[in-house]
Design a protein around this ligand. Structure first.
Ligand code: ACO
Length: 432
């Protein structure tokens, strides 16, 4: 377990020569942190770290990530093994409960997810209230917040946590598929209890009442892998949002809805949509990706190579490696030749040899290839970030639960250094 090592301390010398001795915390993978929790109290100083580039907000036993080596583990299990051998439901159980389930535990968990897959019929009317141009992330976040109105016992301190967690995992999938059906004007397809988690999602997305729909095992496996790869990534922007909103005592639906909204931005989960839009734009203007890369390097119009770069990975994102391979397999299985895939591979090849990207350690991240797979599966571009949210859900829930169960949790409340006006006298409007 992580803890303060009495043999290790750090010494900080302040401008007035005062010295402060700070405890050092060591994690199970030998990560070191200087514990500054009492720094202000002991010295009057705070630390300033714009964007939390170097700030640990918590200790956590869920996910281990080494960005220099390109390593990602959920609860100690390498992501490569989970993606190959596990299912999304099993991985969700692992993240939330801490251990892989036995056969009977997995069956009981799967049964619970099946039993809670419907949403209240009254909520169907909500979909009709949105204009057809609504972004599905706006609909998803509002619907998840609305779940708290249908399960008001979530507001109690003694709320049945496991039940709310199951509801979230199961109903977010239904909401995502229903919002798509509504957006294209097709009748809602209800979940089918004989199908498993990912198969059921594909059924709700793509079945129509007039025809039989058979879930493709290849697509079901691909979806399981995609969701597993997105399931957690320690203290990223959306997960930190879930923790900070939850730390105020807000209910689990509110905390998860906040995470969904944080994910929406193009620098975070919205990048999967932005990558496809970028590739489409390059293709529409003749396919000259070298010129596009030159614009990126010259920072023309603040252009970025979307799907590249990461705050933590300074090496190839292990998830992108798996996705690149999956991309070839899924497209080959479906007999699809997507020119965007050729464009993406061409851009990657050049970027990985170019001094600009090499010197800044910019590699493809999880979003670079995921959109091409979703597109091949028939999922529309504006739904990509919803797919990310569906995958990240167990991670958000695991972090919310870890935070709530931790006796040391305090409300998240950073400090600041004030740079505004000093106190001044109020002037009545006629005298200004
Ligand atoms: N294309 C071109 N240049 C880039 C890129 C990129 N994708 N990413 C970073 N850089 C450059 C920056 O311009 C900056 O250059 P400078 O030193 O000359 O000013 C340098 O690399 C460092 O970039 P920062 O933005 O300071 O790095 P930070 O860690 O804050 O940002 C981020 C990480 C937001 C992911 C960034 O790499 C980015 O914008 N990538 C594109 C969007 C994207 O793919 N986001 C998804 C990330 S994965 C996820 O959230 C699921």
């Amino acid at each position: 377990m992580a803890g303060s090592d009495p043999k290790l301390t750090a010494k900080l010398v302040l401008p007035d020569s005062k010295e402060v001795v700070l405890p050092v915390i060591v994690g199970t993978e030998d990560e070191h942190a200087i514990d500054i929790r009492n720094l202000r109290q002991d010295s009057g100083y705070i630390t300033l770290d714009n964007g939390y580039m170097n700030t640990g907000s918590t200790t956590s036993a869920i996910t281990y990530l080494d960005g220099e080596q390109g390593i990602l583990h959920y609860r100690g299990y390498p992501i490569e093994e989970l993606a190959e051998k596990s299912s999304f439901v099993e991985t969700s159980y692992l993240l939330i409960k801490g251990e892989l389930p036995t056969i009977s535990e997995r069956e009981a968990f799967g049964d619970m997810l099946t039993r809670h897959s419907l949403i209240h019929e009254d909520m169907h009317q909500f979909f009709a209230g949105y204009p057809p141009t609504s972004h599905p992330m706006a609909v998803l976040s509002a619907m998840v917040t609305s779940l708290s109105a249908y399960y008001p016992d979530c507001l109690d301190r003694q709320a049945p946590v496991d039940l709310h967690i199951t509801r979230l995992l199961s109903k977010v999938r239904t909401i995502a598929a229903f919002s798509y059906k509504k957006s294209i004007g097709q009748p809602l397809i209800y979940p089918k209890n004989s199908l498993n988690y990912c198969g059921n999602f594909l059924h709700m997305m793509f079945a129509v009442p007039s025809e039989d729909y058979e879930v493709s095992p290849v697509l079901e496996k691909a979806l399981n892998q995609l969701l597993i790869l997105h399931a957690d990534h320690e203290q990223n922007c959306s997960t930190s949002t879930v923790r900070i909103v939850g730390s105020s005592g807000a209910n689990v639906y509110a905390a998860i809805a906040a995470g969904i909204l944080a994910l929406w931005g193009p620098l975070h989960g919205g990048a999967n949509q932005a990558v496809i839009e970028m590739l489409e734009e390059i293709r529409a203007s003749g396919g000259d990706f070298k010129k596009f890369l030159d614009d990126v390097k010259n920072k023309r119009d603040n252009r970025r190579l979307m799907g590249f770069g990461h705050r933590v990975y300074k090496n190839y994102d292990p998830r992108a490696k798996i996705l690149k391979k999956m991309c070839d397999e899924v497209l080959a299985h479906l007999g699809i030749k997507d020119p965007l895939l050729d464009l993406a591979k061409g851009m990657e090849e050049i970027a990985l040899r170019d001094d600009y990207f090499v010197s800044k350690k910019l590699y493809p991240n999880v979003d670079f290839y995921s959109g091409i797979i979703y597109r091949a599966m028939g999922i529309p571009t504006n739904m990509f970030t919803v797919m990310f949210a569906l995958g990240r859900l167990p991670g958000w829930i695991a972090h919310w639960k870890e935070m709530v169960d931790d006796k040391e949790t305090k409300i998240g409340r950073p400090r600041q250094i004030y740079t505004g006006q000093r106190v001044r006298k109020y002037m009545p409007i006629e005298q200004r």
